[in-house]
Write a protein that binds this ligand. Structure first.
Ligand SMILES: [Zn+2]
Length: 388
């Protein structure tokens, strides 16, 4: 739990506390620059805003995002030895789940000790914190041993297809990855494990016929799909954290026609790679109940699990110790939601996630962050950068 600031106040924390107003001002500008994943021009505007903020103290590069906005990579100029050893990579995303125009109903506002608005928690505040963490290290002339990069992709909320390779290639050089996604719950727990996420599409092709005149000649794709859904739902194993969710179904043409085609899209989650592999074999082994129907199975794991490795635990312990110096007790958590941290952890790189803002309501109308946690989260990022 957050226990307030004990004296003597950590010098980085004191510095960041004095910066609270400009940090809030930057978050406001970021939230008011809407950036839905499916609007590349809007995302580019947001990326330009972040680039302009970072440019005075970073080498800034962008990469094309295909049908999405551009990806941004910043390498910061930091105090300490000019020849840096090793690399720290911070990961974030510029896109939000909120459609263009959401601001009209959900304007940025400051109330009840919180900042509110689309994308404020997931994850624009995290980006603002990171930029101010770097600034604090520069302004206080705190030596940093490692090269420090920040990669912000534009398609995290829609599966990171266009940024995946860039994320993996950039992370490969890093000794640690810091993901500035929001922390868990109103305590802002860090994330040391994330389930792997994937989806499967089951397409059933049956045989159409007139439901009244020629019922027996038909083989209903919908009935077949319903039985398959019942079967795959049985793959859920809550004890092992494995879940199978048929979240989307479609099919048929009219109520008086035996359906020729039906389709289900099924979300799967698994905390361990081994379970994901078993699940994959089960999906691909599905056979039709009605031999007159054909099944087509597509899909698989989209983000591999972030398994709680020794390296991740070490990184968490470091963060926990540094947080204690700030008067904050920090805990760890596991989540079923994926992030780009899944990709870097799967490469074997110690990855600590949930280092961004503390709040609630990601992807929901009550999206908000706690103002009184802005200083310690920003200071924690600065201290991690200096310590690694
Ligand atoms: Zn996010």
């Amino acid at each position: 739990m957050f226990s307030g600031y004990d004296s003597p106040v950590d010098p980085i924390l004191a510095h960041v506390q004095a910066q609270q107003a400009p940090i809030v001002a930057l978050i406001r500008r970021m939230v008011e620059c809407e950036s839905p994943s499916d609007d590349p021009r809007a995302v580019d505007r947001f990326v330009d805003l972040v680039s302009a903020e970072a440019a005075p103290f970073a080498r800034v590069q962008t990469f094309p995002g295909g049908k999405f906005g551009k990806h941004l990579l910043c390498e910061f100029a930091l105090p300490g030895p000019s020849k840096k050893k090793g690399e720290i990579l911070a990961l974030g995303h510029s896109d939000t789940v909120w459609p263009m125009g959401t601001l009209a109903q959900m304007p940025f506002r400051e109330a009840d000790g919180r900042l509110w608005g689309p994308g404020v928690l997931d994850m624009k505040s995290g980006i603002a914190f990171f930029l101010f963490a770097v600034r604090a290290l520069r302004e206080l002339d705190i030596p940093v041993r490692s090269r420090v990069k920040l990669l912000i992709n534009s398609d995290e909320e829609v599966g990171s297809d266009s940024s995946r390779t860039l994320t993996q290639e950039t992370a490969r050089r890093a000794k640690a990855v810091l993901v500035i996604e929001p922390g868990t719950g109103l305590e802002g727990k860090l994330k040391t494990a994330r389930k792997g996420v994937g989806d499967y599409t089951i397409t059933v092709r049956g045989r159409a016929s007139h439901a009244g005149v020629d019922f027996s000649a038909g083989a209903s794709a919908i009935v077949e799909l319903a039985r398959q859904i019942e079967r795959v739902s049985g793959f859920t194993n809550l004890k092992r954290g494995v879940t199978v969710n048929p979240g989307l179904v479609s099919g048929g043409s009219r109520s008086n026609v035996v359906a020729a085609e039906a389709r289900a899209v099924i979300d799967i989650r698994a905390p361990r790679m081994r379970d994901a592999e078993i699940l994959d074999r089960k999906f691909h082994a599905l056979k039709p109940f009605d031999k007159r129907c054909q099944l087509e199975i597509h899909g698989g794991l989209n983000r591999p699990p972030m398994e709680r490795s020794v390296g991740i635990v070490q990184l968490f312990r470091t963060a926990q110790r540094l947080a204690r110096e700030l008067g904050v007790t920090i805990e760890e958590s596991m989540t079923g939601g994926g992030s780009d941290g899944n990709l870097t952890a799967a490469l074997g790189i110690p990855t600590l996630d949930g280092l961004g803002a503390v709040g609630e309501g990601a992807h929901a109308v009550n999206e908000s962050i706690l103002i009184n946690r802005i200083p310690d989260r920003t200071a924690l990022l600065a201290k991690l950068i200096a310590a690694l």
